[in-house]
Design a protein around this ligand. Structure first.
Ligand code: NAD
Length: 429
């Protein structure tokens, strides 16, 4: 059988992707990509007739129905990841975008059409209890995470929830214990951990290559609230809002992943702008009751000391989720603004200075996206990797986390920092 007749057995959508790849096959490197792509498509799959009119042949993976709550920034990102994942990873399930819920019928219908869902509803409970939904993805405002997740857990569904897990550590613990008692799979959207460069950093640290970790400086700084005219939203809700909960949770999860548990914190939380417009374009203003900027000192359980900054009013910064980690033999530094590189100081005599390590196929799963170094992954790719891990966890193969338990630990750190800012003292975790 020629390779072309073999390819034609695929449904048209798959053929379309494959044809694009074949069209690029003039260069040797792209030829290798074509082979990789085809072997990935064939791996673990069977070709067989479906009952659909026209007898289209399909890949024989079991389907898993996705219900998505919220069609904003993150809803779009989740939908994109569920659509893309099976073209890039050999995962046990084929996700089907079944039903989308949003706050109103109009929002839900528009979101479902734009993101490719079969059905829509303005009632998230209907989505959670839908028999065609196996995974509930929550990209709604933070205050809705707990009720949606608890209902989904009670219905035995896998829950994929955006960060922060909930508005309080107490609620996050309730969600965690409910999931553990039921045994459902959970995952939380700390997608920045999925970066191959972050995995590499963890490997370098755990192998002892930079020695014993002594110092840590972490920061998540963005500018989306840098203007006093940036309006209130769910992000400034006094319950569970603020820069620390919103983006401080990302850098906290990352430092826990790279360095380990935090033992004690002392923090200063500041509100930079005392009032903000109540809604976009409104002249009415309301007080701000959450932090715009938090700085905290950290003591890690392993003895390392450090600091953290969460700042959503950082003029000039767009995505400075960054850190520097110092060891007795070397150091590492990273910023999400240059997410395809890691800087390593290895201390070779006469070669002082940070070396730029560039992401490439040697750093899995970069190779699932591209066989060539320097072509670079992007933010949405991290979500695709996260969804591949989610589907693998749903199949019971492995769950690398972060699950609800880990997200609860992150939330405890956030609350300890808030408590420290109120009391002016160190707070133990
Ligand atoms: N992991 C990340 O990198 C990342 C980035 C941004 C946001 N987030 C998280 O994602 C979540 C959503 O943030 P966003 O930026 O997408 O917000 P958004 O405002 O863009 O989207 C929220 C969506 O939820 C919908 N919604 C509101 N009430 C609802 C209801 N009762 N039922 C159903 N849908 C409802 C809104 O209409 C909107 O479509 C938050 O928890 C946020 O912290 C994570």
């Amino acid at each position: 059988m020629s390779s072309n007749s073999r390819i034609c057995a695929f449904p048209s959508s798959v053929w379309g992707q494959t044809a694009t790849v074949l069209a690029q096959a003039k260069l040797p490197i792209c030829q290798r990509w074509t082979e990789l792509r085809l072997s990935n498509l064939y791996q673990g799959s069977k070709l067989g007739k479906t009952n659909e009119p026209g007898g289209v042949q399909t890949l024989g993976k079991p389907q898993i129905g996705i219900g998505l709550v919220g069609s904003g920034f993150m809803g779009r990102c989740h939908a994109n990841a569920f659509r893309a994942v099976s073209g890039l990873f050999d995962i046990p399930f084929e996700p089907k975008l079944r039903i989308l819920a949003d706050a109103t019928d109009d929002l839900a219908r528009d979101g479902a059409q734009a993101l490719g869902f079969e059905r829509f509803t303005a009632d998230w409970q209907e989505l959670v209890n839908d028999p065609e939904v196996g995974i509930v993805a929550i990209t709604a405002p933070n205050v809705l995470h707990a009720p949606i997740a608890l209902t989904a857990i009670a219905a035995g569904k896998t829950v994929y929830c955006e960060k922060p897990l909930s508005t309080t550590a107490a609620l996050a613990l309730e969600m965690t214990e409910a999931a553990e008692a039921t045994g459902v799979t959970t995952m939380v959207g700390f997608n920045f951990l999925r970066n191959p460069m972050i995995r590499l950093a963890r490997e370098i640290i755990t192998s002892g290559e930079i020695g014993e970790i002594t110092g840590v400086r972490g920061r998540h700084a963005e500018n989306y609230m840098a203007s006093p005219e940036a309006p209130h939203s769910f992000r400034t809700d006094p319950t569970g809002g603020g820069a620390l909960a919103d983006i401080g949770s990302h850098i906290t999860s990352m430092l826990r992943y790279l360095v380990g548990p935090i033992a004690e914190v002392q923090a200063d939380c500041r509100t930079i702008f005392p009032t903000r417009p109540v809604a976009p374009g409104s002249t009415e203003r309301a007080p701000v009751k959450v932090d715009d900027m938090t700085h905290a000192l950290l003591r890690f359980e392993n003895g390392a000391g450090g600091s953290i900054e969460a700042n959503w009013a950082a003029t000039a910064r767009t995505m400075d989720l960054s850190w520097e980690i110092t060891g007795t033999l070397g150091a590492l530094a990273f910023s999400q603004e240059a997410m395809n590189e890691l800087r390593l100081w290895s201390g070779m005599p006469g070669r002082n200075g940070f070396t730029r390590v560039e992401a490439g196929p040697a750093h899995p799963p970069y190779d699932a996206f591209c066989p060539a170094p320097g072509h670079h992954l992007g933010f949405n790719d991290l979500k695709v990797i996260e969804v591949a891990e989610l589907l693998t966890a749903h199949a019971g193969v492995r769950n690398p986390g972060p699950d609800f338990r880990e997200a609860y630990e992150v939330q405890r750190c956030i609350e300890a920092m808030q408590e420290s800012a109120r009391s002016g003292s160190w707070v133990a975790l």
